[in-house]
Write a protein that binds this ligand. Structure first.
Ligand SMILES: [Zn+2]
Length: 491
């Protein structure tokens, strides 16, 4: 990831956000700080989530959590530290993760006899516990989710997209049959696609990862992949089928209905705050963030527009009354009564991407109306502002929020379809990948050597795969194609 080392030491004092179209990485950093989503932490490579940034995470978590529970999962919590001997038990898994593990070697002033890993993910702890909890087929399926922080020792970092410590959820399940585990993996992939598309308003491609992009220790890894405005893909959620690999390594055995001793079939699946990074990049514009209403910590901000003491009292009271009515409907509302000019507040809330601004002035009060201003439309674009009777605000706002949600998704879907390119020509294939033209959709042979060659030539790799037409040739190498693949450079 192209980040400058100095960003790790010093948080920029952002006065103006550079245009998104001119410099996406600069725009991204600036908007993260200026919209008060994050601050740089005193420790290298970590960020502090400020209340507005945490509000986004709370919304994302709430939307995921309700879906996890609706599909039968329960939340639990496991320790941050993992004994080294435990981590070493699943060979492929440990080899995949050890390069980025942070270790605790001392505690209470003494050198520990066994190093403790800070979890990069929790398979090994949770599988160890599953082995204790599962004895009979009656104990299955075991459907657990954990909300947690993890640490991966990254060299280069960027808010939400890559940080040493990050927030995520990890689901872990054990099943009595392979079929049931396979169904679970796809069910949770669907949940991720639903949240990406219907909450974050980001269209994604769901499919299976190639052999070289698979999660360490998994038989099959599936992902959802979104496309960023610079033509790079972003993996926004993964779901893994482990077969019996982990249950053999960690001893998850159960007596089946036929009384034979069997190994359970396990899965895991995760989505992190990267999804917030994707939301920022996909929807933002030159004026700042545009948060999709369903993900927005504040759906509407009410700004009183009044001059002098005599006007402001009545207007302020009207704003608070309206806010109370909307909050009773469950709306997330902020009244901005700070001592700043209305113009200053308009800029501030536009930059922070609040979907709707509600303006109330003394003349509006007399006329019984308010002005609704939508953030998704361009400045002074037709339909950006509407005047509505004050008692119609609850229903008009609800409809407007839905419209904004749909509009943001439609814009992102247009971008994705406009930047998904099929080609049968090898030269063009390599050129499109080097130019980061988007998701390049081709028949592919599925061979790791072929993918490695493409990567060496273009820095792009497969994002995910799906069943393809038979009898085609791999566009990258000319061998027989086995699948249809999206290739792209990635975050
Ligand atoms: Zn090939």
């Amino acid at each position: 990831m192209p980040t400058q080392p100095e960003e790790l030491e010093q948080e920029p004092l952002v006065r103006e956000i550079p245009p998104k179209s001119a410099d996406l990485p600069e725009w991204y950093q600036a908007v993260c700080y200026k919209a008060e989503l994050v601050s740089l932490a005193p420790v290298r490579g970590c960020v502090v989530l400020r209340p507005y940034g945490y509000g986004l995470w709370e919304r994302l978590s709430a939307e995921l959590d309700v879906r996890f529970k609706a599909t039968g999962h329960e939340n639990a919590y496991f320790p941050l530290l993992i004994p080294e001997s435990l981590l070493a038990r699943e060979q492929e898994h440990v080899e995949g993760f050890v390069p980025e593990v942070a270790w605790v070697t001392q505690g209470g002033g003494e050198v520990l006899t066994e190093r403790l890993a800070i979890r990069p993910t929790s398979e090994v702890t949770i599988m160890t516990m599953f082995a204790k909890w599962v004895q009979s087929y009656r104990d299955l399926p075991l459907l657990i989710n954990q909300w947690a922080n993890v640490v991966r020792w990254e060299k280069r970092t960027r808010p939400f997209l890559r940080t040493l410590e990050f927030l995520w959820q990890e689901g872990h399940t054990a099943h009595a049959s392979r079929e049931e585990a396979a169904e679970e993996v796809l069910r949770m992939l669907d949940v991720y696609k639903d949240v990406a598309e219907n909450v974050a308003a980001i269209p994604v491609y769901a499919g299976e990862k190639s052999d070289s992009e698979r999660f360490p220790g998994a038989l099959h890894t599936f992902s959802i992949e979104a496309l960023m405005p610079d033509g790079r893909a972003l993996q926004a959620g993964t779901s893994h089928e482990f077969g019996q690999n982990f249950s053999r390594a960690y001893g998850i055995e159960f007596a089946g209905e036929d009384q034979t001793l069997q190994h359970a079939w396990t899965t895991s699946w995760g989505m992190s705050w990267r999804m917030i990074g994707a939301t920022i990049m996909v929807h933002g514009d030159d004026r700042g963030l545009r948060i999709p209403p369903r993900l927005a910590p504040i759906e509407a901000v009410i700004v009183p527009i009044a001059r002098g003491e005599s006007e402001s009292g009545g207007v302020r009271a009207a704003c608070e009354r309206l806010a109370a009515i909307l909050r009773e409907d469950g709306r997330r509302i902020r009244v901005d009564a700070r001592d700043q000019t209305p113009g200053w507040k308009f800029n501030e809330w536009e930059m922070r991407g609040v979907p709707v601004r509600i303006e109330i002035g003394p003349r509006d009060l007399t006329a019984g109306v308010v002005t609704l201003v939508r953030r998704d439309r361009a400045f002074r674009e037709e339909g950006q502002k509407t005047t509505v009777p004050i008692d119609e605000v609850p229903s008009r706002l609800e409809a407007l929020l839905e419209e904004i949600q749909g509009h943001l998704f439609a814009q992102a879907a247009d971008f994705l379809s406009g930047h998904t390119i099929s080609t049968g020509d090898r030269e063009e294939f390599y050129r499109l990948l080097r130019e980061r033209a988007g998701m390049v959709d081709v028949p592919w042979c599925g061979r790791p050597e072929c993918e490695a060659h493409v990567k060496a030539e273009t820095s792009a790799a497969t994002r995910n795969l799906r069943a393809g037409p038979r009898g085609e040739r791999c566009v990258a190498c000319g061998e027989a194609a086995k699948v249809q693949a999206y290739f792209a450079q990635a975050y």
